[in-house]
Design a protein around this ligand. Structure first.
Ligand code: IVH
Length: 675
């Protein structure tokens, strides 16, 4: 290619990559598959490598990080980076509103902008002529550190502004944070590789930004959400804070989708409550809500006190981390015999609930934390994750602390515990001799995605096992109303219902049956692949490890678990008893039969009227489709029921085929999945 056409190609690639990166990271709606993005990116790198003088600061190639610095230089903030005053109760929030109103005197109506208070690191970004030229930390508010190389690696930060109307010089403020999933992922990796485990996503974000080597930052899953524009002297560009944020969105920045403008403090209280309710379901940590007087003219009138504005307030949520006493450590035995240390804590209110147990993972984790019984520890509870001990408060350690000793025998059945080479997990060798493993196996068997025995909850299973009524899952099918009607929490009617539910569960599908056996590493997806591949149970039970490895997504480890499971006489007996006692899967649901939807990815959303989403999912899978949880460029079809929301919107934005419930029923009827 001639230099001229290479140069044109380079410019085109940059434009395309800016656009796709914005669609992926800011809008969360990718328009091309990841491999295609990678191809374009590599093409850009190749051209820039051949023409180093063509490289520019705003090229997407800058996202990969640059050579390490020896230190960060200092940056003076022309407009100081302020902090916020906090309130912790509704009464204090109402006081804030009264203060604002009394200062404004005239009694005129005004609005508040409501935003989540993200728990990360405050950062300032400077754009000159639309190009990112500097990123800086807050520091003490007046002088921070220059982290330009690091912020450039964050994909949701535009290297170049989009759209029009931006001032020659624009300073944007916001929070850099690490979403929880990314935080869990990098910590998981650090645990496996003896790397640095971070206490919480905020520390992980801070640690990742403080790297002199920006190539490390580039590997960390960071995002930035923008919440303001440093006010410059001169003509105002907009009348309100929310209008400014809207413009930031147009220029390519990520602004919280939760931003709302409300007209009264009562609405602020409602906003606080509704986000508090949804806090656990958000993808990132927030530690409260920020309310800001929306009008910039009123903000100017209210001004500042010392280091915080009078026009804004942070209403904090209950803490997600607290200190409490570790009273004891108990050992719990799971379905596969894994013995997990569980911390018994002095009850403490954290993340909105009272916590008295926390996970300690395994003995490697206990060693890493250096935790002892009697220590004060930091407990973190965020999202739907089980509370974790993340740190020991060594300052508060007293003389009486005791070491946590690994048990040698199973706390339930006294069988010896084993630790496979290279594994951190201790495991009970008792198998189904162990009462704990039996109970867990039966709970799993009865669960919704397995045999779906309605009404057979964890407590009842424990009661049945403790009363000696059942020892294995097959014994469930021998239970009678008379045997259970007199037990605690039972009665004639509920006993009859339960026996009917057990009876009903006898008719199932092969994938469900395989999943319900609780074979190690065999989840729903693997069970489905196994059923499709072998078509029938006897073939699967007699398969060699080599034959098992041929199944999609089955590797040597899963194959060895499967083989060991079916090689065990006890397990073969239980399977035989289950079948003898009536468990079956009608041939009508022919696994391994015609799969007209093979190779397609479907997404179900909204409420269906003629069936549950779970039933629709099973039918689609039986026809060979993959059913995914979210819409992406790879989705072939979205079946949308009533009140479908963001997934439907995304499918429409991406131009993906959408059908309604009638359409779905027609697919089932046409391709033979309907009964
Ligand atoms: S506004 C003058 N908005 O909270 C107002 N801050 O406690 C300056 N923060 O340093 C900040 N989310 O790091 C604002 N939506 C939000 C925020 C937010 C998080 C952080 C920010 C600031 C700290 C103040």
């Amino acid at each position: 290619m001639s230099d001229i056409s290479q140069r044109e190609r380079l410019l085109a690639l940059r434009e395309q990559l800016h656009k796709h990166s914005y669609q992926y990271y800011v809008l969360d709606a990718p328009q091309i598959p990841d491999v295609e993005y990678d191809r374009l990116f590599n093409e850009l790198l190749d051209i820039e490598a051949a023409h180093p003088d063509w490289q520019t600061d705003d090229s997407p190639s800058q996202r990969v990080g640059a050579a390490p610095l020896s230190s960060f230089s200092q940056v003076r903030h022309e407009t100081p980076m302020l902090s916020l005053d906090n309130v912790f109760s509704e009464d204090e929030l109402l006081d804030f509103d009264r203060r604002v109103k009394s200062r404004l005197e005239d009694g005129a109506e005004f609005s508040y902008a409501c935003e989540p208070k993200l728990d990360g690191i405050a950062v300032s970004l400077l754009y000159v002529d639309g190009v990112l030229v500097r990123g800086a930390t807050r520091g003490d508010g007046r002088v921070g550190e220059d982290i330009t190389q690091n912020v450039k690696t964050i994909s949701s930060i535009p290297l170049k502004l989009q759209g029009e109307g931006w001032p020659d010089e624009l300073e944007v403020r916001g929070e850099i944070y690490m979403p929880r999933a990314g935080f869990e992922r990098i910590n998981e990796l650090a645990r496996e590789t003896d790397g640095k485990v971070f206490v919480n996503p905020r520390n992980a974000a801070a640690g990742s930004l403080r790297q002199l080597d920006s190539r490390i930052t580039a590997k960390r899953p960071l995002e930035m959400s923008c919440y303001g524009i440093a006010q410059q002297e001169g003509e105002a560009l907009f009348a309100s804070h929310s209008e400014g944020l809207q413009r930031l969105r147009e220029w390519g920045f990520l602004v919280s989708p939760e931003l709302r403008v409300v007209s009264s403090i009562a609405d602020c209280v409602d906003y606080y409550q509704s986000l508090l309710q949804r806090r656990d379901g958000l993808a990132y940590d927030i530690d409260g809500i920020v309310f800001k007087v929306d009008s910039l003219a009123l903000q100017a009138k209210l001004g500042f006190v010392s280091r915080a504005p009078r026009w804004a307030i942070a209403h904090k949520f209950p803490a997600q981390e607290e200190i409490t006493l570790l009273r004891d450590v108990e050992f719990q035995v799971g379905r596969t015999g894994a013995v997990t240390p569980v911390a018994k804590l002095e009850p403490v209110f954290v993340g909105g609930v009272t916590v008295s147990n926390a996970s300690l993972h395994n003995f490697d984790e206990i060693e890493r934390l250096g935790v002892m019984i009697g220590d004060y520890v930091v407990v973190r509870r965020a999202g739907d994750v089980i509370p974790q001990i993340v740190q020991v408060v060594l300052d508060r350690r007293t003389k009486g602390t005791e070491e946590i000793i690994a048990p040698v025998k199973c706390p339930v059945c006294e069988s010896l515990l084993e630790r496979a080479p290279g594994e951190a997990v201790l495991r009970c060798s008792g198998g189904l001799v162990c009462g704990a493993q039996r109970k867990e196996a039966i709970k799993h068997f009865a669960s919704r995605k397995a045999m779906d025995i309605d009404g057979l909850g964890d407590k009842l299973v424990e009661q049945f096992v403790d009363a000696g009524l059942i020892n294995t899952v097959a014994d469930l099918y021998l239970l009678s109303v008379e045997q259970i009607a007199n037990l605690d929490r039972m009665g004639q009617k509920s006993a009859e219902n339960l026996i009917a539910a057990i009876e009903k569960s006898k008719t199932t599908t092969l994938p469900r049956f395989l999943y319900s056996l609780g074979i190690r590493e065999v989840g729903e997806a693997t069970a489905l692949n196994l059923a499709r591949h072998f078509g029938a149970l006897p073939e699967l039970m007699s398969a060699s490890e080599d034959m098992l490895i041929e199944v999609e997504d089955v590797g040597p480890i899963v194959a060895s678990h499967l083989h060991a499971f079916f090689a065990t006489e006890f397990n073969r007996d239980v399977v035989k008893q289950l079948c003898d006692r009536g468990v079956h899967w009608p041939a009508a649901q022919k696994q391994g039969g015609a799969q007209p939807l093979a190779g397609q990815t479907w997404v179900l959303t909204g409420n269906l009227e003629s069936m549950t989403r779970g039933e629709a999912k099973e039918k689609l899978q039986a026809l060979g489709a993959k059913v995914a949880g979210s819409v992406s460029a790879k989705t072939d079809c979205v079946a949308a029921g009533v009140s479908a929301g963001s997934k439907l919107a995304k499918a429409e934005a991406l131009g993906i085929k959408v059908i309604d419930e009638q359409g779905l029923l027609k697919v089932f009827a046409d391709v033979g999945g309907g009964e």
